[in-house]
Design a protein around this ligand. Structure first.
Ligand SMILES: Nc1ncnc2c1ncn2[C@@H]1O[C@H](COP(=O)(O)OP(=O)(O)O)[C@@H](O)[C@H]1O
Ligand SMILES: [Mg+2]
Length: 353
C-alpha cells in the first residue's frame, strides 16, 4: 500500500479545476492500493492539514465546484510540518494545474526534499507551461504548429501600434491571442481585426509578461494521451466538440453542450499519425509519467500541434482519464498505476542523475 501526498488547489487561475480533479481522485481511488493524504493549497498559497483539506473537499462536493478557503490557525501547516507530513508519504501526486504547480516550481521543491512524485520533472514542466519555450522546441524539431509570434509586454506598452502592426504584417486574420504561461483558455481570445487584437492583447497581458499571437486554424480539436509504463504508450485519440467559437474556459468546465467523442471519429491513419506525434512531443520535452497532447486537424487532414499539458485535467469527465479508460486503463487503475510508477521513476531518476 502506497501512502500518497495528493497536492491540489494552488495559486493559479485553474485552482477550481484542480479541486475538481482532487475530488474525483478522492471518490474514485482504490483504498486497498492507495492511501491518500490530502494537501490543499489555498489561492493565497497556504498548505492546509489533511483533515481540513478533506473537510473542504467534502463541502465543495455539494456544489460541485469551488475553491479552498485560506484559513488561519492550526488547520494550516507551517513549513516544518509540510516537510514532516510529506516525509510520512511514499510519493507525491501534484494535481495542480497551471502556474506554481505545473510549471516546475512544485516539482523543484519536491526534488529538493528528495520526495518522489508523479508527473514530469522541472525542465519538462517549465517548458511545457511556457508556450514560447514549447513552441520553440516544436519549431526546432519540425513539429507542425500554427504560425505565431511572441510579443513582450514592454514592447507593447512602449508602442502598441508599431508592435501589433509588425505582427499583422506577418500573420493572417483571424488570430488567437494567449498568455505564454496560461491554461484552461484563461486570457485566450479569437480576433478578426486590428482593433479587436489590441483589446485581446491587453487582456492576455493581464496574465503574463509575454503573449503569443497566432493564426487561427479552422479545424477539429483532437487530443491524445501519453502514459508511461514499461514502455511509453499513447492512448486512443479523442475529439472535443465545443458549442462556442472556440474551447474557452466556460465551455471547458461549465457547459454541458461541450461533447467529448472518444475514440475520435478519424481514420486509423490520422489517429496513428497523431499518436506518433504525441509520443514524439512527450519525448522531445523529456516529459514523465503522463501528459495530454492537443492537436488541430483540418478538413484537408493537416495536423497542427497546439500544446502538451503535463498536468491535464483529472476529473472523471476530463479528456485524459477518458482517453485512458477507452484504452483499457480505468480511472481507478490509472491512479494506482501513476503513483506506483511515480515512486519508481523518481527513484530511477535520482539514482542515475
Ligand atoms: N491557432 C489556433 N487555431 C484554432 N484554435 C485555437 C488556436 N489556438 C487556440 N485555439 C483554441 O483556444 C483553446 C485554448 O488554446 P490553448 O493554446 O490550448 O491554450 P490553453 O493553454 O489556455 O489551453 C484551444 O483549445 C482552441 O479551442
Ligand atoms: Mg489547451
Amino acid at each position: 500500500m502506497l501512502r500518497v501526498a495528493l497536492i491540489f488547489g494552488g495559486e493559479s487561475d485553474e485552482h477550481e479545476v484542480s479541486v475538481a480533479s482532487a475530488l474525483s481522485i478522492l471518490d474514485n481511488h482504490n483504498p486497498d492500493e492507495v492511501e491518500l493524504r490530502f494537501f490543499a493549497v489555498s489561492k493565497d498559497g497556504s498548505w492546509l492539514t489533511h483533515e481540513e483539506s478533506v473537510s473542504q473537499l467534502n463541502s465543495i462536493r455539494i456544489s460541485g465546484w469551488g475553491d479552498v478557503t485560506g484559513i488561519k490557525g492550526d488547520r494550516i501547516l507551517n513549513y516544518k510540518s509540510v516537510l514532516q507530513e510529506l516525509g510520512d508519504c511514499d510519493v507525491a501526486f501534484p494535481v495542480i494545474h497551471g502556474r506554481g504547480g505545473e510549471d516546475g516550481r512544485l516539482q523543484g521543491f519536491l526534488d529538493s526534499i528528495h520526495m518522489p512524485y508523479v508527473g514530469s520533472g522541472v525542465t519538462a514542466s517549465a517548458s511545457a507551461m511556457d508556450k514560447e519555450l514549447m513552441r520553440g522546441l516544436f519549431a526546432a524539431n519540425n513539429i507542425p504548429q500554427p504560425s505565431y509570434r511572441v510579443v513582450r509586454k514592454h514592447d507593447f506598452i512602449n508602442d502598441p501600434q508599431i508592435t501589433l502592426s509588425a505582427v499583422i504584417e506577418e500573420l493572417q486574420f483571424p488570430l488567437f491571442t494567449k498568455p505564454a504561461n496560461g491554461g484552461s483558455s484563461i486570457g485566450v481570445s479569437k480576433v478578426r481585426s486590428k482593433t479587436e487584437l489590441s483589446e485581446a492583447a491587453i487582456l492576455a497581458f493581464k496574465y503574463d509578461e509575454k503573449i503569443l499571437i497566432e493564426e487561427a486554424i479552422t479545424a477539429r480539436e483532437i487530443e491524445c494521451g501519453v502514459l508511461e509504463g514499461i514502455t511509453l504508450q499513447s492512448t486512443c485519440t479523442g475529439e472535443i466538440i465545443s458549442s462556442s467559437d472556440f474551447y474557452d474556459y466556460d465551455h471547458k468546465y461549465k457547459d454541458s453542450g461541450t461533447r467529448l467523442i472518444v475514440p475520435a471519429d478519424v481514420s486509423d491513419d490520422i489517429s496513428s499519425k497523431i499518436q506518433t506525434l504525441a509520443l514524439k512531443i512527450f519525448r522531445l520535452l523529456g516529459a514523465r509519467s503522463y501528459a495530454r497532447v492537443d492537436f488541430l486537424l483540418t478538413d484537408t487532414n493537416d495536423i497542427y500541434c497546439l500544446e502538451i499539458n503535463t498536468s491535464p485535467g483529472f476529473t472523471t469527465s476530463s479528456m485524459f482519464p477518458i482517453l485512458c479508460a477507452n484504452s483499457g486503463v480505468s480511472f481507478k487503475q490509472l491512479i494506482t498505476r501513476l503513483v506506483i510508477s511515480g515512486e519508481q521513476t523518481s527513484q530511477d531518476v535520482r539514482t542515475h542523475d
